[in-house]
Design a protein around this ligand. Structure first.
Ligand code: NAD
Ligand code: TYD
Length: 359
């Protein structure tokens, strides 16, 4: 059996990754280290099939806790770390950047230090890899033309992207300085099941269902390159197993859309499912609101390297995957209700109180 440490596995992408990997890789034993912040929900992984549940182990804890990392590295010989844990929401980073510096920068540094220490003591598998999951936001904003390639200079705009950029630099430095076999992936915006409803797609789906306003920042023409989370999970396994240590791989969905187009698509899909039309259509709920400060205009990934070097491309079309995402939320309203209680409500109140309606 191979042991993998997954950090942040109770969050959106981590949950999807663990579910996918336990099925796709029957020889993996997974240890999920997660602090369970507002974004972490251990219930996401409670109902695993009995056939795979025995290979999943949850540890509640902070990646900044060096003593806890020592104890985990002493207990297991890891074949790899797949590092998702982070503060991940741009709007939260604008309201309170400190947690982003702490978890994203210091937490990544602590993990790297634990690897350096235990590798020196030869308490690691020979095929060990440190896979660091990062974002295309480190590259800053694009104009109407061009794409982010692996060699595009970093130019982060938000405290979130600045903290991820910093962590990427630490990871690369540990490869160059200490020879730690690291891999960095920079991916575009993900969507799919289990995403916390503060991000554009789940927030919009749930607000349409509940007939609440759909806040669209600025003119709604900012562009993101949407990637279905299960395509992303496939790409991560590919990079882990075939990637060259020290390299970076950009991962994109090849699906650039303006935010307003995404909102319109979601309105049409939910309307169709709920039999709404005319003045009951979700489109009437759209409200253009004050723009996010430092709002990047356009992200778009050039995924040539992962395609030519490792043979990965995204499999699902945006339209098909958005449809199954809408169905997932409609079929999992119990999950939604449990997530929307407590902290999430407070956040919505705090975040939208100061944001005026433009039109
Ligand atoms: P998420 O916010 O849904 O989940 C983050 C998880 O990390 C949560 O379970 C949380 O409890 C845990 N966590 C936070 N601080 C921790 C700490 N100090 N110690 C241990 N666990 C902690 O995030 P996500 O959307 O699943 O993103 C996962 C990773 O992918 C992040 O590194 C993010 O930067 C990156 N990423 C995400 C996207 C996206 O569209 N969601 C796009 C590009 C890159
Ligand atoms: P988001 O899902 O927060 O991801 P990111 O900021 O990491 O790209 O936002 C995606 C896009 O949607 C971004 O351009 C901001 C915009 N947006 C809205 O217009 N309204 C919203 O309520 C949210 C959450 C985001």
């Amino acid at each position: 059996m191979k042991n993998y440490l997954i950090t942040g596995g109770a969050g959106f992408i981590g949950t999807n990754f663990i579910r996918h990997a336990l099925t796709a890789r029957p020889d993996w034993n997974i240890v999920n280290l997660d602090a369970l912040t507002y974004a972490g929900n251990p219930a996401n992984l409670e109902n695993l099939d009995p056939g795979i549940a025995g290979r999943y182990h949850f540890v509640r804890g902070d990646i900044c806790d060096a003593t806890l990392l020592d104890s985990l590295f002493s207990k297991y010989i890891f074949n790899g770390i797949i590092h998702f844990a982070a503060e991940s929401h741009v709007d939260r980073s604008i309201q309170g950047p400190e947690d982003f510096a702490q978890t994203n920068v210091m937490g990544t540094f602590r993990l790297l230090e634990a690897c350096r220490k235990f590798r020196k003591d030869k308490k690691m598998s020979d095929e060990f890899r440190f896979l660091h999951i990062s974002t295309d936001e480190v590259y800053g904003s694009l104009g109407p033309d061009g794409y982010f390639a692996e060699q595009t200079p970093y130019d982060p705009s938000s405290p979130y992207s600045a903290s991820k950029a910093s962590s990427d630099h630490f990871v690369k430095a540990y490869f160059r300085t200490y020879g730690l076999p690291t891999l960095v992936t920079n991916c575009s915006n993900n969507y799919g099941p289990y995403q916390f409803p503060e991000k554009l797609i789940p927030l919009t789906i749930l607000n349409i269902i509940k007939e609440k306003p759909l806040p669209v920042y600025g003119d709604g023409k900012n562009i993101r390159d949407w990637l279905y989370v299960l395509d992303h999970c496939d790409a991560l396994i590919t990079v882990l197993e075939k990637g060259t240590p020290g390299e970076t791989y950009n991962i994109g969905g090849g699906a650039e859309r303006e935010n307003i187009e995404i909102v319109h698509l979601l309105c049409d899909l939910v309307d169709d499912r709920l039999g709404r039309s005319g003045d009951k259509s979700g489109r009437w709920l759209i409200q253009f609101v004050t723009d996010r400060p430092g709002h990047d205009r356009r992200y778009a990934i050039d995924a040539t390297k992962i395609k030519t070097d490792l043979g990965w491309t995204s499999a699902r079309t945006l339209e098909d995957a958005l449809e199954s995402t809408v169905d997932w939320y409609l079929n999992n309203m119990e999950w939604v209700d449990s997530v929307q209680s407590g902290e999430y409500r407070k956040w919505i109140k705090q975040n939208y109180q100061h944001r005026g309606v433009n039109s």
